[in-house]
Design a binder for this molecule. Sequence first.
Ligand code: MN
Length: 252
Amino acid sequence: MPERLILLTNDDGLESPGLALLASVATSFGRVVVVAPDRNRSAVSSALSLNGILRLEARAPDRHACDGTPVDCVLLGVRALLGRAPDWVLSGVNLGLNLGEDVFYSGTVGAAFEGCLQGARSAAFAMPLGADGDRLRPWLMRFLSRWESIPLSPNRIWNVNFPAGEPLGFRLTRQDNRHYHDSVERRMDPRGAPYYWIGGNAGPTYTLSPGSDAEATTDGWISLSPLRLDLTDPDLLAGGPGLADIFNGGCP
Ligand code: MN
């Protein structure tokens, strides 16, 4: 069997310690090619650069910086560098958890979804800010040594979130709900013009619903959420063609 080809990226940038942690574990499983943003590109989701040129800069063998988004990194990695779909696309380890609706904003998760669109077994990883990466290394090792025993479903990824402290083990979870706070601050620049700052001081809070990703990490477990690209709502769809009559009624 040929050596596994593993494409590694993130959204925190090539120099992130989270990427170094993931790379150090991934090398046990095959040839690791890193293509990561040349700076922090957090919260760019699945953004694709269509209106500008992109550059790849080799910093070392199999280690490249890209001036685009995480999705650009995966696309260029597969199409411009590797020439074939990698076996795995691993994204992270993000510094900061990706729970609940965070997955819609996360560039880490966006890159993993691009990996699955390119035909690779893909996962996004995140740990809390300030977490001890060395403590998580054996758990990453365990996940990667076993996840191939789960059949690969098209258009699915794993969203893996680590707890603070020593994990109790793995839990299969679903997306929780994130609560948004008034987090756009208006400030004045030195010349008297207003500017705005998204985020503010209030961090996200979550519902912590039973079986959720946020509940699992809060309780000390590693959260494994299977995510899919198809966002279609099966409940509304089950309403059948009759639902469309709401809109068709009175049509000529
Ligand atoms: Mn990030």
